[in-house]
Design a binder for this molecule. Structure first.
Ligand code: FAD
Length: 422
């Protein structure tokens, strides 16, 4: 039985572990709907509902291969936590990363995984070329496409154009980041958030429901390591927030007092380390998530409304609301296509029910023209996506051309990507 990290997707399909490209070709040709899994960290049903789940972790490794202009070919099916130290050993690094590095590179780019930074694009935008196995078993290299359109489409492709084997990624020389973390008042953070994004390489914040306080995280370039990272208390803090919720059930003021106490316990952080060590951390308390990418000018009002509605109608929510910004790119299905977006993410613990909360908040995101994260929960279908993505129909036609038998489409992906064509 396969289950994703968030425990909201299961599948009874057997998992295949091909050991060679011929094995993989054989699986694709004999299975009705083979779906490749990366690290299983998506919350949407991209992988389940398959006739066979395919993990590529046993395929022979391919070494890092440098090309001019800080471009490097790498195994797309390695985890980011394996790639970052290997790149660091060669004096290179990813320009930016998200909160964690458990994902495979292929899984992360396929859903437009992003970090935060006014001038920093999502990981998919860093892919300059890719080698993929198509549904026919043929292996193609996007370098052979003189129009450059194939790679624009493949950057964010949900595993439906082909199976990514290797990616040529645009990197930067290895760098260090100084991390500063402090608590601030929500009103101050909201008033200055766009300045903070403009003035720091990476900036993000977490709003702690019912506290009127935000945990603000800034990263800036540093010369080298400095100071010691404090003990990672994030997971402990989540337990504290859950305990505050329990007190709130006795009386709302008890919750506010507990949160005020908790925010004094949160010590300010200030240290510098190699970039990937600073950007990524571990998430041990499991949650389920919805995240929408909002036009920046709407972010203030959307966030204010999300907070008001959460605190008015959803007293059980205790997970912080995360807010980040990502620069634009040109991937056909990139939520950041044609300009920057502010990403607002809401969460519930895996043990709590998420449906009524997410259903209540999602219309706020949609009214502002938000695009959902492809790997995080949303309720949108074909007709909605057509309106949100100028290149959506172009992507769907290319998918049909590359996989006319629709092998890579499970029922969820058919609803999302086939719509009226079926
Ligand atoms: C704790 C946690 C923290 C997260 N933090 C962030 C964050 O900071 N920023 C962010 O944007 N997202 C974040 N996410 C979401 C996550 O990055 C994405 O859902 C990502 O797609 C997961 O990668 P994966 O390797 O687990 O891929 P999976 O979830 O296993 O698969 C994702 C998609 O990629 C496809 N795929 C996988 N391998 C291949 C391949 N070789 N070829 C073609 N298609 C392939 C799959 O078929 C599927 O469609 C987080 C998720 C969790 C659970």
């Amino acid at each position: 039985m396969w289950e994703n990290w968030g425990k909201n997707q299961q599948s009874s399909a057997a998992i295949a572990f091909p050991k060679s490209l011929d094995d993989l070709r054989q699986i694709i040709s004999t299975q009705e709907t083979p779906r490749v899994v990366g690290a299983g960290h998506s919350f949407t049903p991209l992988v389940g509902e398959a006739s066979r789940i395919v993990s590529l972790k046993d395929l022979p490794d391919t070494p890092l291969q440098k090309a001019p202009n800080d471009l490097v070919w790498m195994n797309a099916n390695k985890r980011l936590k394996q790639l970052s130290p290997a790149l660091g050993d060669q004096g290179m690094a990813f320009r930016n990363l998200g909160d964690i590095n458990e994902q495979t590179l292929a899984g992360a780019v396929s859903t437009a995984t992003h970090g935060t930074g006014e001038t920093l694009p999502c990981l998919s935008a860093e892919v300059q070329n890719a080698k993929m196995m198509l549904a026919s078993g043929e292996i193609i290299d996007t370098q052979g496409d003189p129009t450059g359109e194939l790679v624009e489409a493949a950057r964010v492709s949900l595993g439906v154009l082909g199976i990514l084997l290797e990616a040529q990624v645009s990197l930067v020389p290895k760098y260090y980041l100084r991390r500063r973390v402090e608590m601030n008042h929500l009103s101050d953070t909201l008033a200055h958030m766009h300045d903070l994004w403009a003035n720091h390489r990476n900036f993000e914040f977490f709003y702690i429901p019912w506290s009127q306080r935000t945990l603000c995280i800034r990263h800036d370039l540093a010369d080298g390591p400095k100071g010691q990272p404090p003990k990672d208390l994030d997971n402990l803090a989540v337990y504290g927030l859950r305990f505050a919720r329990l007190l709130g059930r006795l009386h709302p003021s008890l919750r506010r007092q507990a949160l005020a106490l908790l925010s004094t316990v949160q010590s300010d952080e200030d240290y510098a380390e190699e970039s990937w060590r600073v950007l990524c951390s571990q998430r041990n308390v499991r949650f389920v998530e919805m995240e929408y990418h909002i036009p920046p000018e709407a972010a203030h009002d959307v966030l204010t409304e999300v907070i008001q509605r959460t605190e008015l109608k959803h007293p059980d929510i205790f997970f912080p609301i995360e807010v980040r910004k990502t620069s634009g790119d040109n991937g056909w299905l990139s939520p950041f296509q044609n300009g920057r977006r502010v990403s607002i993410a809401i969460h519930t613990a895996v043990t709590d029910s998420f449906a009524s909360y997410f259903e209540d908040i999602e219309p706020i995101f949609l009214a502002a023209g938000g695009r959902p994260h492809w790997g995080k929960l949303h309720s949108l279908e074909f007709s909605d996506m057509e309106k949100l993505y100028p290149d959506f129909n172009r992507f769907c036609s290319l998918r049909e051309q590359l996989d006319p038998r629709r092998k890579f489409l499970n029922p969820y992906l058919r609803r999302l990507l086939v719509g009226g064509i079926s």
